[in-house]
Design a protein around this ligand. Structure first.
Ligand code: HAM
Length: 420
């Protein structure tokens, strides 16, 4: 017996029964992003690993533990992208996009890869959509980006959303805060988990994100980041909150919000769904004013987010996105002499926007009608010997159940005059 091949751990096929939900979500993303002036950018799935080491940070879990990378035949280290912000920034610098416009509003959709422990809502290949606004340091830009993420999730049909907002301040603020946090945690080191002990050395802010009960207790009396904000940090954050309020976007300030990537400055945020369980983050992002310079570009401010598409589809009430919009006609043909004229009719009906399913298996009338129901068709155009002779068709309205005879030459105009 030949061994059957299967998808590898943490990866999934998107089967035909689900692909329409994906397409609908993609449509919402394209339409909403474009209404806010964002243009699509597509970058390669593979990049030099150094881009992510430098961009996301060598000490992050994403790079140090989860990135798929290998030495290629020419001795270059290549990686599958674990996220897309670093790639977009690389592309922005490489193609001098700032010369085309001082503010670049970009969005993207595509797969990313992280070698995480697979579980519900966490895959090794997953899909993200995201936006990056590169060029403005002002708080209204933060509000625009956050509002776009919020609006797309709402349009997709997710209701139970919570926006968590924080600011991790400027680099100056964060360095002072990091030291204060390390000094606070040192006397507690014996009570910390192995992971947190390691993080104390290389990424102490991540400890704030702990799920360990003892550590949560310790963190309660830890110094707070807001006490280390500069005046500019505080002003920027206050303005973002004012803009969000004026746009009627509810949020909660969460000083313990920690993002898993090193490039953030100032505003950070996540949108979670309370219906999702442990992997509840649908969308996450923030400002990254230092990244473009650190990857070899000019000092340019930027902010963006990315959202997990599998998680969004999981959070959806199935009926919300799976709405059928295109009226569907099933052509039930039981006389092969009629195939040619019906094929022509199908082509013409598709041209005016109908979805037309054409029988190519030459099955019995009953089997074809069963299929028409299975595909949720609105109409069946039925042609048997009698209709062929009379140059007519039977038109069955499957939603209402009635049936009428129409001359074949009038069918096109009949459908053309219907409105949906
Ligand atoms: P991130 O928080 O690492 O941010 O990922 C964004 C979203 O991708 C998460 O909220 C989650 O929905 C989804 N996601 C992440 N990992 C997985 C996984 N293993 N399986 C399923 N879904 C996952 C970023 O990637 C940043 N690039 C966001 C950003 C853009 N910041 C600024 N601009």
């Amino acid at each position: 017996m030949v061994k059957q091949m299967r998808t590898i751990k943490g990866t999934h096929d998107i089967l035909p029964e689900n692909s329409r939900n994906w397409q609908n979500l993609e449509k919402i993303i394209h339409a909403s992003a474009s209404l806010s002036g964002y243009s699509e950018i597509r970058t390669p799935i593979i990049e030099e690993a150094g881009l992510f080491n430098r961009g996301i940070g060598e000490n992050t879990d994403i790079v140090s533990k989860e990135m798929y990378s290998w030495t290629d035949r020419d001795n270059k280290t290549i990686a599958l992208r674990p996220e897309m912000t670093a790639s977009v920034v690389r592309s922005y610098i490489q193609h001098n996009l700032h010369n085309k416009s001082v503010l670049q509003r970009l969005y993207y959709i595509g797969p990313s890869f992280r070698r995480e422990r697979p579980q519900k809502g966490r895959q090794r290949q997953f899909h993200q959509f995201g936006v990056e606004a590169i060029g403005s340091a002002n708080p209204e830009q933060d509000a625009e980006v956050i509002a776009l993420g919020w609006e797309i999730l709402k349009k997709a049909g997710i209701n139970n959303l919570e926006l968590k907002l924080s600011s991790i301040g400027s680099k100056e603020c964060r360095n002072k805060y990091k030291n204060a946090l390390i000094n606070f945690l040192k006397p507690h080191v014996s009570k910390l988990s192995e992971t947190s002990k390691r993080r104390l050395g290389n990424n102490p802010l991540r400890i704030l994100d702990t799920k360990n009960k003892n550590e949560i207790q310790i963190i309660k009396s830890a110094p707070k980041i807001e006490d280390y904000y500069t005046k500019e940090d505080q002003d920027h954050f206050d303005q973002v909150k004012i803009f969000l309020k004026s746009m009627n976007i509810p949020f909660t300030v969460d000083p313990l919000l920690v993002r898993g990537l090193d490039y953030y400055t100032q505003t950070t945020f996540e949108i979670i769904s309370n219906d999702l369980g442990a992997q509840d983050a649908l969308l996450g992002g923030g400002r990254y004013d230092g990244l473009i310079k650190s990857l070899g570009g000019k000092d340019t401010p930027a902010i963006g987010f990315a959202a997990g598409m599998e998680r969004i589809l999981m959070a959806l009430d199935d009926t919300a996105i799976n709405k059928k919009t295109t009226p569907t006609i099933y052509i039930v043909c039981v006389d092969k002499e009629a195939l040619g004229s019906l094929q022509k009719l199908s082509t013409n009906l598709r041209k005016i926007g109908y979805k037309v399913l054409f029988e190519t298996l030459r099955r019995s009338m009953r089997a074809q009608m069963r299929d028409a129901n299975k595909y949720n068709a609105d109409f069946a155009i039925i042609v048997g010997q009698q209709e062929l002779v009379n140059k007519t068709i039977q038109l069955k309205n499957l939603s209402v159940g009635n049936q009428e005879t129409i001359e074949l030459k009038n069918v096109f105009n009949y459908f053309k005059s219907l409105t949906f």
